[in-house]
Design a protein around this ligand. Structure first.
Ligand SMILES: [Fe+2]
Length: 263
């Protein structure tokens, strides 16, 4: 099985003046996403589904979600999604319900794999938190599908990208999240992946692979979660989920910078 993670698209509603569209850190985020989708079409035509890990819109508008749904629907594969701090969940759900390839389940079975999508968004805040109900759902779904390998997805980073730096926008109750992962019910968890930090990250924590993925627009430096921009091209992640539980993963980036990052 192969899945793709596409994250932090930060789209705006189409502009009345296409010669002067809204930009984010110097990026026309829709054009930048279009380049990333071209890259997907070039390298990863055979995959099973897409997971969007939040910050899908920058302006929370229906138009931004419609643009995303139309472009992603061209991939002709099911798209699962979760929300980030920049999203308007009600607006997004309403728009996505018009697109048959957009799926609303938050637990996905793919042969002998289980993919769990968690909501770490706190209304009106940049930082993240997993409500007790989400932690309980995670435990019960892992228990229910204990014979499957599991991949857990959320928006906010549960680990600090740079332990030297205080990250105020991190998942606030990462300790509780990891205590679920360390408990007996989570023996089948093979990976955790997130967006939010706009950078590539890969590490192992016990038997679990931890992954963060570049945004489809502007990147941040590996040692800061914030607005320090990094001169790296946009990209996405592909993950081959092997039958034995091994995750083979790769980040693909554009081979050019579509825009000059700027504040
Ligand atoms: Fe973001």
């Amino acid at each position: 099985m192969k899945i793709l993670q596409i994250t932090d698209t930060h789209l705006f509603s189409p502009s009345d003046d296409e010669d002067d569209p809204p930009m984010l850190f110097g990026f026309n985020t829709f054009e930048s996403l279009k380049h990333v989708i071209e890259l997907v079409n070039k390298h990863d035509s055979a995959f099973d589904l897409v997971v969007l890990t939040g910050d899908l819109s920058e302006d929370e508008s229906a138009g931004s979600y419609r643009r995303l749904a139309e472009l992603l629907s061209t991939l002709a594969k099911p798209v699962y999604y979760l929300f980030g701090n920049h999203d308007n969940a009600n607006m997004a759900r309403q728009v996505f319900s018009e697109y048959p390839l957009f799926k609303h389940e938050r637990e996905v079975i793919l042969e002998n794999w289980l993919i769990v999508l968690l909501n770490s968004k706190i209304e009106g805040k940049q930082e993240g938190n997993l409500a007790q109900g989400e932690l309980d759902r995670l435990k019960s779904v892992l228990e229910k599908h204990s014979e499957k390998h599991a991949l857990v997805c959320l928006h906010h980073n549960p680990v600090n990208m740079d332990p030297e730096r205080f990250d105020k926008y991190i998942l606030q109750n990462a300790k509780e999240f990891f205590s679920v992962l360390d408990s007996n019910v989570s023996k089948n968890v093979r990976g955790v992946m997130w967006g939010h930090v706009h950078q590539q990250y890969y590490s192992q924590r016990r038997d679990v692979t931890l992954m963060a993925t570049p945004s489809t627009c502007a990147q941040f430096t590996p040692n800061e979660t914030g607005i320090k921009l990094d001169y790296k091209p946009p990209g996405y992640r592909s993950l081959k989920l092997h039958k034995n539980g091994f995750i083979e993963t790769e980040v693909r980036r554009l081979v050019f910078m579509p825009y000059e990052p700027s504040k």
